[in-house]
Design a protein around this ligand. Structure first.
Ligand SMILES: Cc1ncc(COP(=O)(O)O)c(C=O)c1O
Length: 398
């Protein structure tokens, strides 16, 4: 029996949506992307959404759009270039900051939620000069403490970008993640809660920011109409003296998604309640079955508000080795992954930051050394979950 981290099954609806595009000879970004954007914005609870070709692109589009934007009445450059984030995340979070000309700085995490500890964030907000924003991550679907983090940001005039790549559908208090800060970014990568393969989106109530993001994904051109209106003489930019599709007022990227990505995304979104509730059932069952080893393995906190990306575990017994446990899981055909690691102290790409952060991120390093996750996705049945629990208990007791 194989237990994957995530699985994708092309349903009849997804096939039909793609076949429809083929029948209409449609491929580049267009009506389906717009439909996905309005559906997704309504689902998250924001006024606007822009789709992108990945979650990383969505993060980069928000950061780049903000540079051109006045925020709290100020240009971002007036506040500085530092963006406070979590050390324990997929590298794309930090990379999006570094590659858009900002500088990532890090506050340690809380082990219960794997997210930035607001107390640590507050300390850093009082000591690090030149910080302009914050990028909390809702890792594994667990919402960061957004009230506390927003309060810190508000006091300093920072923007807040929620990296909600792993948390489509998670709820913080009464609102969905991605609607709680300046903007939110989502990934619909194959192993995520909504699966398209490669696809992403950003959400915000700020119309200007989202409009800029739309234009930045087309290399910063002045317009982003799905179908050019110039031939009809109806283009609002036709008198600029040059074809608006080739007139660029910002330095951008090609991060445009394709129609088939949006078409699959729309079908996936129709199933989100089922996806989340199947994951809830699997997390609850795993927690029940693993209760006998909860002294050795720190089990994930269960909450109806979390849209679980996976089932995260932390080894808390000093006599157990993560590597050995993961080898046993792999031998039993149970896919497993580490819960990332502490970016500034455990990632070679950020080795230049090691000296600054060594000894300052104990929880992130603990999770980096002792954390791993297995799947809890919607296609796993009771026998899969029992197989995972049995294998883990045997590995812990051996
Ligand atoms: C926390 C986090 N941020 C950003 C990303 C980037 O998303 P993508 O792979 O769609 O570029 C991921 C992807 O796994 C992620 O887990």
């Amino acid at each position: 029996m194989e237990v994957k981290i995530g699985d994708f099954v092309f349903t009849q609806e997804e096939r039909a949506a793609i076949m429809d595009l083929i029948a209409r000879n449609t491929i580049s970004e267009g009506r389906k992307c717009r439909e996905f954007e309005s559906t997704f914005a309504a689902f998250i609870g924001t006024r606007h959404c822009a789709s992108a070709n990945s979650g990383t692109s969505a993060l980069m589009l928000i950061l780049t759009a903000l540079k051109y934007h006045s925020y709290w009445g100020k240009r971002i450059s007036e506040n500085g270039k530092k963006v406070l984030t979590t050390p324990l995340t997929y590298i794309a979070t930090a990379n999006s900051i570094a590659t858009t000309g900002f500088e990532p700085i890090f506050a340690d995490i809380e082990l219960d939620t794997f997210s930035i500890d607001p107390e640590r964030a507050k300390e850093i907000s009082e000591t690090e000069e030149g910080t302009c924003g914050m990028m909390p991550v809702h890792l594994m679907g667990y919402p960061a403490d957004m009230d506390a983090l927003n309060l810190i940001a508000k006091k300093r005039g920072w923007f807040v970008i929620e990296d909600s790549a792993e948390a489509t559908g998670s709820v913080y208090k009464v609102n969905r993640t991605g609607s709680l800060g300046t903007a939110g970014a989502f990934s619909f990568y194959i192993a995520h809660n909504i699966q398209v393969g490669e696809f992403g989106a950003l959400t915000s109530n700020d119309a200007e920011l989202v409009e800029r993001a739309h234009r930045l994904k087309g290399n910063g051109r002045v317009c982003y109409c799905t179908v050019s209106q110039i031939e009809k003489g109806e283009c609002p930019h036709q008198n600029l003296g040059f074809h608006p599709r080739y007139l660029h007022d910002m330095i951008g990227y090609n991060f445009k998604p394709m129609e088939y990505q949006a078409a699959v995304g729309i079908e996936q979104l129709k199933k989100i309640d089922w996806i989340i509730s199947r994951r809830h059932e699997n997390v609850r069952l795993l927690n029940d079955l693993l209760a006998p080893v909860s002294g050795d393995l720190r089990l994930p906190i269960y909450s109806d508000d979390v849209s679980y990306l996976g089932y995260p575990l932390l080894i808390q017994s000093k006599t157990l080795s993560r590597d050995k446990i993961c080898i046993e899981l792999s031998k039993a055909k149970i896919e497993n992954r580490p819960i990332f690691n502490s970016i500034p102290t455990q990632q070679p790409a950020y080795a230049h930051l090691k000296k600054k952060y060594i000894g300052k991120l104990p929880n992130a390093e603990f999770a980096g050394n002792n954390g791993f996750y297995v799947g809890c996705h919607q296609f796993l049945r009771q026998e899969h979950i029992e197989h995972v629990a049995k294998t883990l208990i045997a590995a812990v007791k051996s």
